[in-house]
Design a binder for this molecule. Structure first.
Ligand code: ATP
Ligand code: MG
Length: 449
């Protein structure tokens, strides 16, 4: 009876159709409508199909739509070569040396289009001495393209024209069962590319999917392979993880699986100091929250937070050795950044902002004269203040300091004048002469010793 009722309400139950080795999951079953695909990605698949090629939305976007999540971006896979794609779309460019992709631009949206590729057969494959694939850049067909992907949930092809999903590896059923499962033999796939171990942790934390037992099992015994992965790739993966909106969970999982050593070398040390751990976890919670609220987060802020306790401890050592506070802070920052760079290749371009945030911290302690007003004018004040709040929350500095700055920055001129502590420094004279706070454009200054 219930069956009949269903039939009446929803029509005939949808059937899964097999086409070659690919199961076709019809719209009636998965309910992902073409409207869920970004306009630019739709134009790309429509354009390629009109030119006689096959084209699908692939990877994370299809998975996310099936999980009722908002995809970060839409990637397209096609049997057209990069040159073909470029001919079809006027505003497009071929990028990448290792594997050539095409970026197709519509308005301010960019769609990444990749030609189907295949895994290179074992005997032709170039690997390093640990079995890591050095290249996988051969063109292939759709079936081969599915097989070279990592998880079954990531290997679905969605055709916006028919609204059908093509599924070679049972990814649809795995998604419905909330399971992240490696395609093929997990140990082999981790050896080919150890970063897949980190992806397993990140994606299962981010998507709330459980790791299939056979997919999780080899990780403990293979984690050393991460040491052979080029630093730039590890950093990329680490950034994805930290900016996933689920960093706290990812780090907890990494630690539970003992994978954080390869990933965040300095984090090992930091997490062992109770104060450092509290601070890092608070910083990550804060980042997760911002990402969920669609607020911008800066990698430099995050790196500054991750390395802060290291800076603090070096700073103290330098001062104990007799260096003056500001000089000691400069020495400590330089030393920490150099050490970290050896291990994790944090790009130089973040240095300036990280240093600004760190250098402003001691200046928050100075609440007399014009100094607080000058601090407020700095371009990086907001970031440095957020950083101060994390320090307060973690118990490193008195909460009262954060409260003072919270009130001071929003207070009227009169109230600010009341709040300023008596100035004992040399800035007194200047305060008398100047009526207004110093204007914008003041760069980060050193704390006055
Ligand atoms: P996210 O939502 O974080 O972007 P994603 O699954 O889309 O997750 P991407 O790094 O954007 O991750 O990769 C796009 C697709 O490329 C994946 O869905 C997967 O099919 C494939 N892929 C990415 N990295 C690997 C890898 N290391 N090995 C095999 N396939 C991979
Ligand atoms: Mg993606």
């Amino acid at each position: 009876m219930i069956k009949n009722l269903f039939k009446r309400v929803f029509g005939k139950p949808a059937k899964v159709r097999a086409e070659g080795k690919c199961r076709i999951i019809p719209f009636d079953l998965h309910h992902v409508s073409r409207d869920g695909i970004s306009p630019a990605a739709r134009r790309v698949t429509d354009g390629l199909q009109a030119a006689g090629f096959s084209a699908f939305v692939v990877g994370g976007a299809v998975r996310d739509l099936l999980l009722d999540r908002h995809p970060k971006d839409f990637d397209v896979a096609t049997n057209a070569t990069p040159e073909d794609v470029k001919r079809v779309f006027r505003r497009s460019r071929i990028i990448g040396r290792r594997f050539r992709l095409v970026h197709v631009m519509f308005g301010d949206e960019t769609v990444e289009v990749s030609t189907f590729r295949r895994m290179i057969e074992a005997e032709d494959a170039q690997t390093d001495e640990h079995g890591r694939l050095l290249r996988d850049n051969e063109f292939g067909d759709q079936e081969q393209d599915a097989a070279r992907r990592d998880f079954t949930a990531n290997a679905l092809f969605y055709d916006p024209a028919t609204q059908e999903i093509c599924d070679y590896h049972n990814g649809y059923a795995d998604i419905r069962a909330n399971t992240l499962r490696m395609i093929g033999e997990p140990a082999v796939r981790y050896r080919e590319d150890p970063v897949r171990m980190l992806r397993a942790v990140r994606l299962s934390a981010k998507l709330g999917m459980k790791l299939d037992a056979a997919t999780a099992a080899p990780i403990a015994g293979m984690k050393e392979l991460l040491a052979n992965v080029p630093q730039a790739r590890l950093l990329d993966e680490m950034l994805k993880l930290l900016l996933s909106g689920h960093a706290v969970e990812c780090i907890k999982k990494l630690r539970a699986m003992d994978l954080h050593h390869g990933m965040l070398p300095m984090l090992d040390v930091i997490l062992e100091q109770p104060m450092g751990e509290k601070f890092v976890m608070l910083a990550l919670e804060n980042t997760d929250q911002r990402i969920r609220e669609d607020k911008p987060v800066s990698p430099a802020f995050l790196f500054a937070a991750l390395l802060w306790h290291e800076v603090l401890s070096d700073w103290k050592t330098q001062q104990d050795a007799g260096e003056r506070p500001v000089a000691a802070l400069h020495t400590a920052m330089g030393a920490v950044l150099d050490r970290q760079r050896e291990q994790l290749a944090i790009p130089h371009r973040h240095d300036a902002v990280m240093k600004e945030i760190w250098l402003m911290q001691p200046r928050f302690e100075q609440r007399g004269g014009l100094r607080p007003l000058r601090l407020l004018e700095l371009q990086r004040f907001r970031a440095a203040y957020d950083f101060l709040l994390l320090r307060c929350e973690s118990g490193e500095v008195d909460a009262e300091l954060g409260q003072w700055w919270e009130e001071f920055q929003h207070a009227t001129d009169e109230r600010r004048a009341e709040m300023l502590l008596p100035d004992t420094g040399g800035a007194k004279k200047r305060r008398r002469r100047r009526k207004k706070p110093v204007g914008a454009g003041v760069q980060a200054e050193l704390p006055i010793e």
